[in-house]
Design a protein around this ligand. Structure first.
Ligand code: G1P
Ligand code: ZN
Length: 557
């Protein structure tokens, strides 16, 4: 029998969830009562319904994560949660948490991750709440969590409850006279079986074997290692030597666990020598993916979304559910829109962040969605899903018999090409960055640029058709989200977008997105040369250097 204690606490004023949960430096979470306060704020916001229900707890194994997983169990018990389903050692990928919330009929889940941000004592940690649909809580809920946190005076904890979560097992204990269950589960097994329901594994296994397909996958030392080994190696017959950086480490081995060309450089290098036919990398918590073809041929996430949209019917899951619409975040290049038009399907443009896709999926409006930030997923769960994306690519290759590069070049000749790049200026001074955004907003408000021609130094000219600060009305619950990024849309369909990151843990990150459309595939040159004039226009227009003092971005995607 364990007993609850009610502890007095002082509230913190900074527990405002960003694009995807609360992310801060580990040291901030280690302050007295800091994590406890935020967890209690989640429980208070969910309210009484939590008492007779199940919650799922999982995380990416980063530094400080297992400790908070154990803390969560003590606090869940004290807050009268009926059952906690937790991954062995507190570990579970973000897409798996989403799956297990639905599978266990849970009221929600708590994901302990800072996703693609670096880990370790000097780096980042995060806590995110997902609702009963398995997806990240919408802003209305995260706003309430924040408000609750600012007024918090007490939290509940069961100090004397110490459950061993290192072994798959079920524990039932008495807490203040009520029964409390902790089910420690294998974080991979059921998720892997769900993938087998969605995709045609015998076909994929046969295709890999018959064509001797060479696959190289990096988990960047994040949570995905065990998923890669079970799904790709055990169930699809890919050799273990194809799974690199697949040992989950608390500091990701010093890697920045973000699957892009900069941070997954070792995968890119290994792909360059032409041995491997397809390469993939995942982020720390396994929801992001990067796909590469032979010789490190880069598939931009916006193109990945469009190619998958065009071939979705080859995946058994969609034969059953039918293909509904598509959706992309606003800064994502509009390549998928052209596929939607060709197929007579709807496409939705939502603000940045996976939480905006949830309502559309719940309402049966969309089957597939994605973000330029290496996020791809479908309505099989309510998170983006790195492994799903790789299996979808393998399915398209198996079905068409084409290479990654062929799939892309065929796509461009059919639909034209959206050249896309994102420039990140990380850790800028927050005041300077927000002054730049205010300046851009003043241009929106004055309307002075509409109809104007903007000239690149190399001579190209672009006429502004529209300039706004993106706002979104959710078609399902009608909630309105404003100030989601400055868009400048030109008459030829090209776009430049500026927004500030909502996931960083220090300073401000300015993101500049460029989407430049070319309908004639024959005219398509190298990406860099196609994008240069618009980048030049964007930098001049925003006076970015003047405001931030930055000459060059820290990351180019
Ligand atoms: C970033 C990405 C966004 C993604 C989020 C969580 O958010 O841009 O697309 O949903 O991470 O993975 P940002 O830092 O831009 O707010
Ligand atoms: Zn992630």
């Amino acid at each position: 029998m364990a007993c609850t204690t009610n502890i007095k606490t002082l509230s913190y004023g900074d527990q405002k969830p960003g694009t995807s949960g609360l992310r801060k430096k580990v040291a901030i979470f280690q302050q007295a009562h800091y994590s406890e306060n935020f967890i209690q704020s989640i429980f208070d916001t969910v309210g009484q319904s939590i008492q007779s229900n199940t919650i799922v707890v999982g995380g990416d194994g980063r530094y400080w994560e297992p400790e908070v997983a154990r803390l969560l169990i003590k606090m869940a018990a004290a807050n009268k949660v009926k059952k906690v389903v937790v991954g062995q050692n507190g570990i579970m990928s973000t897409p798996a948490v989403s799956h297990y919330i639905i599978k266990h009929g849970a009221i929600g889940g708590i994901v302990l991750t800072a996703s693609h941000n670096p880990g370790g004592p000097l780096n980042d940690f995060g806590i995110k709440y997902n609702g009963e649909n398995g997806g990240p809580a919408p802003s209305s809920v995260t706003d309430r969590i924040y408000t609750t946190s600012k007024n918090l005076t007490n939290y509940n904890i069961c100090h004397d409850l110490d459950i061993d979560i290192s072994v798959v097992s079920s524990h039932q204990v008495d807490v203040d006279g009520n029964s409390f269950t902790v089910e420690v589960i294998d974080p991979v097994k059921d998720y892997a079986s769900y993938m087998e329901e969605i995709f045609d594994f015998p076909q994929l296994r046969g295709y890999i074997k018959k064509t001797n397909l060479q696959v190289l996958v990096s988990a960047l030392n994040g949570v995905m290692g065990p998923y890669v080994k079970e799904i790709l190696c055990q169930r699809l017959g890919v050799p273990e030597s194809s799974a690199i950086a697949c040992e989950p480490l608390p500091d990701f081995g010093g890697l920045h666990p973000d699957p892009n060309l900069t941070y997954a450089a070792s995968l890119v290098e290994a792909m360059k020598d032409g041995i491997y036919d397809i390469g993939a990398a995942f982020d720390g918590d396994g929801d992001r993916n990067m796909i590469l073809g032979k010789n490190a041929f880069f598939v931009s996430p916006s193109d990945s979304l469009a190619v998958l949209a065009d071939h979705l019917d080859c995946i058994p899951y969609f034969k059953k559910t039918g293909i509904k619409g598509f959706a992309r975040s606003m800064p994502t290049a509009a390549a998928v829109d052209r596929v939607a038009v060709a197929k007579g399907l709807r496409v939705f443009e939502v603000p940045t962040g996976w939480k905006y896709f949830g309502n559309l999926m719940d309402a049966g409006e969309i089957s597939l969605c994605g973000e330029e930030s290496f996020g791809t997923g479908s309505d099989h769960i309510r998170e983006k899903d790195g492994m799903w994306a790789l299996l979808a690519w393998l399915s398209v290759m198996a079905h068409t018999g084409k290479t990654v590069e062929q799939l892309l070049t065929d796509h461009w000749s059919k639909y034209g090409r959206n050249f896309f790049t994102r420039y990140d200026y990380e850790e800028c001074d927050a005041n300077n960055a927000s002054e730049m955004m205010s300046y851009l907003r003043s241009l929106v408000d004055s309307g002075s640029l509409i109809g104007k021609e903007l000239l690149a130094t190399s001579g190209e000219s672009y006429t502004v058709q529209l300039m706004d600060d993106f706002s979104y009305t959710d078609p399902i619950d009608k909630s309105v989200t404003t100030k989601q990024g400055i868009r400048v849309i030109f008459t030829d369909g090209s776009r430049i977008i500026f927004r500030l990151s909502g996931t960083g843990s220090s300073g401000a990150t300015v993101r500049l997105y460029i989407d430049s459309y070319e309908s004639d595939a024959k005219k398509c040159g190298q990406s860099a040369e196609m994008l240069a004039p618009l980048i030049n226009v964007a930098l001049t227009l925003s006076r970015l250097k003047e405001f931030t003092g930055r000459d060059t971005p820290t990351v180019i995607t």
